[in-house]
Design a protein around this ligand. Structure first.
Ligand code: PLP
Length: 368
């Protein structure tokens, strides 16, 4: 029986470009005529070295990364960086303190982890719901902080920054795991950016860290060696065995972004796809409800309830069943918030978003 086409709206690991999967499949058993798979390749071989340097130079080109930044490909996921960031950077200044802007699950977890290594100041009163970004003029930033940390896109709650926080010269750190390369970014405004690959740039297993050189070398003694940026940067991410296959897949995805005109083109498509879904939500007279403030609605993860503000459980179940029958999967919201979540990463096409929009319109007509 022929497999019906599936559209994956999952939050991550998420949809990859079809052409990337096909190329990986073609090369799986015999990469580049070498007679072995990348899965079997020594990380110290000349062939892997080419993959690694191609991946890094594509990333440098796509993000226009200045020369005084190091790029590392590490393991441990985004959560690993919740520890690695304070372990490497909180000692930048004597007070060993850091400012955190907490706008959702992921920045909350990062702040909690950082508390193990220094003083953490959440710069605004705790939010009672993660549906907005507190006004920057209300942030109580500490000039003695080693860094200011924020998550540019909260994957669970669908809260995304459309601006770069102003820190009055304090080093800025961002978790860009779920909107990395979905839009252009001025890397020079940041001390450090990190992103797990499994949403916009590949498969699970590798986390990109981009860090300004002068911030390296202030690591706390208790930092595990594999998380020490000085060690990893000076070994070109090869201090220990890196996730070779995940890096190879990332290289293919970066090539795909490059061949599709780069991050500005991704941004145009991402705006278009997310507007299609938000427009239906806004014009549904309260049948679909997105709890997030309009100013910070994510282009990557669109959370919404069906039927009423707090969600009509029976209708939401029906919505998911109907979507699944149309081949649309991964639409269930995160277990901590419920409802729906449509993830519209780079690899999700305009046609995919159109299919969801059509389904949402039909469902509305049938059940309003
Ligand atoms: N940061 C963000 C924004 C995420 O969405 C996630 C996971 O979904 C993480 C960090 C944690 O990543 P990992 O599961 O790779 O540790």
């Amino acid at each position: 029986m022929e497999q019906k086409p599936i559209i994956n709206f999952g939050a991550g690991p998420a949809k990859l470009p079809q052409s990337v999967l096909c190329q990986a499949q073609k090369e799986l058993v015999n990469y580049g005529g070498l007679g072995i798979s990348v899965l079997e390749m020594s990380h110290r071989s000349a062939d892997f070295s080419k993959i690694l340097s191609k991946t890094e130079s594509l990333l440098r080109e796509l993000l226009n990364i200045p020369d005084n930044y190091k790029v590392m490909f590490l393991q441990g996921g985004g959560s690993g960086q919740f520890s690695a960031v304070p372990l490497n950077l909180i000692g930048l200044k004597e007070d060993k303190c850091a400012d955190y802007i907490v706008t959702g699950t992921w920045s909350e977890k990062a702040a909690k982890e950082a508390e193990k290594y220094g003083k953490v100041n959440v710069v605004h009163p705790k939010l009672d719901s993660y549906t907005k970004i507190p006004e920057p003029c209300t942030w109580n930033l500490n000039p003695a902080a080693s860094y200011v940390y924020y998550c540019s896109n909260e994957t669970v709650h669908g809260v995304e920054y459309n601006f770069v926080p102003e820190t009055n010269g304090v080093v800025l750190v961002s978790d860009m795991s779920s909107n990395f390369l979905s839009r252009p970014v001025d890397v020079s405004k940041y001390g450090l950016i990190f992103a797990g690959a499994q949403k916009n740039v590949g498969c699970a297993g590798v986390t990109v860290v981009i860090v300004r050189e002068d911030l390296i070398g202030h690591t706390l003694n208790e930092c595990p060696v594999v998380f020490d940026y000085k060690v990893q940067a000076s070994n070109n991410s090869l201090y220990n065995t890196p996730p070779v296959f995940s890096i190879y897949i990332m290289g293919l995805v970066l090539e795909w972004i490059h061949n599709n005109s780069g991050t500005a083109a991704m941004e145009t498509l991402n705006k278009k796809k997310s507007s299609m879904i938000y427009d239906i939500i806004s014009s549904s007279s309260g049948f679909y409800v997105c709890p997030v403030d309009e100013a910070c609605r994510s282009r990557m993860n669109v959370p919404f309830r069906v039927g009423k503000k707090e969600g009509d459980e029976a209708l939401e179940k029906k919505f998911l069943e109907g979507a699944s029958q149309c081949g649309m999967i991964g639409l269930k919201g995160h277990r901590s918030v419920g409802g729906m979540r449509a993830s519209l990463y780079n690899a999700v096409t305009v046609e995919d978003a159109e299919a969801l929009a059509t389904y949402m319109k039909d469902f509305l007509k049938e059940h309003q």
